[in-house]
Design a protein around this ligand. Sequence first.
Ligand SMILES: NC(=O)c1ccc[n+]([C@@H]2O[C@H](COP(=O)([O-])OP(=O)(O)OC[C@H]3O[C@@H](n4cnc5c(N)ncnc54)[C@H](O)[C@@H]3O)[C@@H](O)[C@H]2O)c1
Length: 438
Amino acid sequence: MTREVKSVAVLGGGTMGLGIAAASADAGANVLLLDVTMEAAEASLDRMKNIRPPAFEDPTSADRISLGSFETDLGKIADYDWICEAIVEDVTVKRDLFAKLEPLRRDGSVVSTNTSGIPLKDIADGMPERLRKDIVVTHFFNPVKIMRLMELIPSADTTEDVTDALADFCGNKLGKGVVYAKDTVNFIGNRIGCFFMLSGLHKAGAALQNGMTMEQVDALLSKPVGLPPTGLYGLIDLIGLDIMDLVGKNLNVNLPDVDVGRAFTCFPKVEQAMLERGQLGRKAKGGFYRLNIAEDGTKTKEIFDLTNETWRSADRISLEDVHGNTETVFFADDERGKLVWDIMGGTLLYAADLVPEIADDIVNIDRAMRWGFGWAKGPFELLDQLSPAKVIAKLETAGEPVPAMLKVLKETGADTFYRNDGTEYLTRQGTWEAVPAE
Ligand SMILES: NC(=O)c1ccc[n+]([C@@H]2O[C@H](COP(=O)([O-])OP(=O)(O)OC[C@H]3O[C@@H](n4cnc5c(N)ncnc54)[C@H](O)[C@@H]3O)[C@@H](O)[C@H]2O)c1
């Protein structure tokens, strides 16, 4: 490693910028925080101190942060090792800022963009060669202080010392779980996570027509499959239908033509109507769920029943053993098993077809889903728990295609994707490699 990050210039002090600035200052780095105006930068520092939980681990870290505006202080980035852009998700606005900053930064500095899903090539194409070699995507998750995942995405031109310097700083100083992704739409976590959510809305919608309830859907797609308690509808409420809509549009433009996710880039009709009337989720005080507080203060959790488009009180669900257990629920021969196989199983199979498109190996994919989406196990770890042979047999019996990594496993004669107590993993070439330390 020939470059080292000791100081950070964060451009944009919004949700992500303030998190990165505070974490970097906590790690002992001197930080420059620039925003559209000095007032915006001051407001950002104020939010770092006052949001709950605070963005800082140590409140005195704020002393290491200097503030400024793009208009008057951009030249100051010459004193910083890492120029971290975290402004609005707009390729033209981002490119304009990079064109302005490139002549101002010093040789040897490294640059990153904190986009959620714009391909790096769209940001860097046509830029000066020095910038194309020095830039990566650093995809942090929100809130930065809490979420472990940071996806690091080099372009075809990025040099290795740049990736190494940022992996070292973000991994060792910020304590992030660094995952290496390819420069493809939505990278790893959001590519698989959004497939789960968008395909889930369509497939669960069909199950609701057959008599299943939304509470049952969420109960099945949470603990029994190793996902957080939000399940499907609760998770989308947390993210917001407006964000999911933008994600869908981005996928529609950038997914490969043959990708199975293409079938799910738009919302079903009822969810589209919810989006249009602003029933977006928690931030709009109601999406699929809402908390109804009566005049006497009684709180009732309500659900927006998609089958008749009305609010009703949400039921508590208890699942029978066969549906509460990971090994059995995927293979249960009933509507509930079918739903889990269709949505969660479908997501595992989708992931198993994305090596090497989105990542070079299964380890990066598993870590992205555990660290970024709170899955108890990544897709390949979960397939190991289910027994890959059983999954392949189910696909073959149904005459369905076997995804690439399951084919590799079958051809290699392996039983699982990990062996020797999880210390080795199966590569796409069918060889075994040591799992890098977390
Ligand atoms: N919020 C998330 O959950 C999340 C997660 C991962 C990545 N991201 C990405 O991080 C980036 C920042 O997102 P955010 O959530 O912090 O956004 P935000 O809306 O909270 O902040 C946006 C920042 O951009 C600045 N800005 C607005 N218009 C501008 C312009 N025309 N020129 C320059 N700066 C401008 C704002 O002043 C602010 O500092 C985006 O690319 C986003 O997609 C967001």
